[in-house]
Design a protein around this ligand. Sequence first.
Ligand code: NAD
Length: 329
Amino acid sequence: MKIAFYDTKEYDRIWFEKLAVEYGHEIVFYESRFIADTAILANGCDVACLFVNDVIDEKSINMLSDMGIKAILLRCAGYDNIDLKACEGKITVMRVPSYSPTAVAEYAAALFLTLNRKTHKAYTRTREFNFKISGLMGMTLRGKTAGVVGTGKIGKVMVEILKGFGMTVIAYDPYPDTSLDVDYVTLDELLKNSDVITLHCPLSPETRYIINKNSISKMKDGVFLINTSRGGLVDTQALNDGLRSNKFTGVALDVYEEEDEYFFEDRSNDIIKDDELIKLMAYPNVLITSHQAFFTNEALEAIARTTYDNLKAFIDGAPLENEVKYQPK
Ligand code: NAD
């Protein structure tokens, strides 16, 4: 098949190019993100391979369908950026539900450790021969309480990692996993008792702004918040207000609700117009990274393999275990 591959970065090509030979496909790589204006680039291809911040709305889906595109291969887990209802009966959508839960959980832990022990600040200090340690004090993790919101594939690994630090781990998930050795509590109890809260639930209408003014007010003073899941889980304005009132010891965000304007791109010479993002950047206890929690060599290989396996199942008429469909409420 001929695949239109959007939003290409040099690291995407490593595994997708290598495995294209093995799976016998032809890929046309485009740097442009997928939006209605760029949908036309897929003309002449059979399927489109799209990513996390592409805007896959009704208009662009209709354009793809009119061009004869039969399937959308999402090379990510989340699918909150696609109008699945508009795809019904026109285009099959498949995703990569799991590529390296370990990579994301390890990264969430790395953000937490960095934020807590301020190694990012120590690094820049010592590079300038400033060997003072004032302002770099952290907290010992053993004996503290970590709250994990969402105990799916990534949340489970995070529970293990946090336990490895000797932390007491509590969790909230509307669908608890009884095989997991963790104390499930209500969301309110988790907010009230956690020294660090780490988000691992998907973005959905139910979870949008799960971290808001009200939930922040229920958290312990001096809490850490880690979000490697989806930006829309956090009401940024409420977060900025919480930071301003000194609620948080630290906040680490690998995702941001308006990230599609900025993340994965070099905007260092641009005037940033997003006031909430500018405010976040101004806090000394906020650490922002650009949606890179998944970014390991192993995860990139797994993403490419599953994407091609999805396509193979589609071509073979086999059951599509990674298909995502519109679910009416
Ligand atoms: P998963 O589907 O295995 O687990 C999600 C868990 O969240 C499930 O157990 C589900 O029951 C739970 N959940 C659903 N609604 C909830 C709610 N209201 N409150 C608490 N928990 C709720 O997903 P996963 O593979 O663990 O991934 C989690 C999220 O991580 C993804 O949805 C994606 O948004 C994000 N992610 C981010 C990156 C990154 O690079 N930053 C990479 C991969 C995934």
